[in-house]
Design a protein around this ligand. Sequence first.
Ligand SMILES: Cc1cc2nc3c(=O)[nH]c(=O)nc-3n(C[C@H](O)[C@H](O)[C@H](O)COP(=O)(O)OP(=O)(O)OC[C@H]3O[C@@H](n4cnc5c(N)ncnc54)[C@H](O)[C@@H]3O)c2cc1C
Length: 422
Amino acid sequence: MRTEQIDALVIGGGAAGMSAAATISAADFSTALVEREDELGGVLLQCIHNGFGLHEFKEELTGPEYAERWVRKIEQSEVKTFCGTTVMEMNLLEDGRKECFGYSPQHGVIKFVTRTVVLTMGCRERNRGNVMIPGTRPAGVYTAGLAQRLVNMNGYIPGKEVVIVGSGDIGLIMARRMQWVGSKVHAVVEIQPYPSGLTRNISQCLNDFKIPLYLSHVVSKIYGKERVEAVDITPLKNGVPDHEQTFQIKCDTLLLSVGLIPENELSKQVGIELNPLTNGPTVDSMLMTSIEGVFSAGNVLHVHDLVDFVSAEARLAGENVIDYLKGVKPDRELPIKPGANIRYINPTRINPDVNSEIYMRPLVVSNNARLKIMVNGEVVKQQKKPHVQPSEMIKLKISPKFFKDVELTPDSRVEVTLQDEP
Ligand SMILES: Cc1cc2nc3c(=O)[nH]c(=O)nc-3n(C[C@H](O)[C@H](O)[C@H](O)COP(=O)(O)OP(=O)(O)OC[C@H]3O[C@@H](n4cnc5c(N)ncnc54)[C@H](O)[C@@H]3O)c2cc1C
């Protein structure tokens, strides 16, 4: 069996993995990047629309173009890349190192013995089983991401008459894509009273194509024996289906865009603590998981809307790996918790002595909100937020200045709240 002795193993070669690996390797630490598909890039490769890279490259790129920029960085670096290789097992060695096994048709079994690991395995789509739509089980029900892959990478059009469940970004992008390939998209059906995707995607993918968006509606039944023939759509009244108002749309295809689940089977196998609010690992101010020396970034940590934030977060994880390998650790950390109207905050601990960035998702839609950062119940910083909605992640810079006027004790807590301004 081939064995690789390295300083850092990065598992998953999407945007997050490439950014973390390039960063660690640039500091002259031996780094391996393992990707189960035959090429690097992850989900970017099937996203042939534009809208990527505005923060990272100050240019609007397509997904494959964005991936290509990072692939070139990896090729120019000392990173050892193993594509077509899946990491299926991680063991903790007594000396603190980790032993991971990668399986590949090309290399056979590879044993990686490494001082650190960065988990960047991305996420997968929720499917019909997760949302339990009643009815028959005909062909023609796809997740939106699978349909995207079929159209954009395999040249196969999954259907002609389409209904989309869920207004997340993948569903919106696919609504436009299906229209472009000549299919008819009859409706996008969203259970929430607000869209789940970015505002720009509602405008560019639905409004521009006059595709109806049914908010506070559900697909309540699927019809068809061999193939989908129609779906029932039911409005919600006070959150409960109002069956008297149910109407039917004839279609041959149902695309599901009903959320993403961070891909943490490997994390669970090795006993990493997961955050029930994100389904990703719980991480400290260094983006280190509950297992010392194992870090996490990108969609496997929490689902991101923008790839630029994925690259930035993974770069930070890479910088933290470098610190860890050099024995540098924060002197102190404070827990940071979501308060009113915030669903989650990542990471769950911050270092008050350095600049840091935190990511959070609001629970509410507001056109005039105020974000408050509190330490020990005292407001240390506030910011106006002209528009917030659950589908748009909030990124916040935390500075040591926020803590200069408060006495920090080992019991100190940071809390972030979001309030609607009258
Ligand atoms: C349809 C869609 C549209 C989007 N549109 C935009 C947009 O317009 N603008 C924008 O900025 N962002 C957009 N995004 C978001 C952005 O593209 C993603 O958040 C980002 O690319 C995720 O990167 P990642 O590295 O975390 O995950 P992925 O890209 O999913 O990479 C994870 C990789 O890990 C590999 N892997 C998993 N498990 C293993 C294992 N055990 N061993 C080896 N390899 C493994 C997978 O094969 C995969 O390649 C979009 C995303 C989607 C899905």
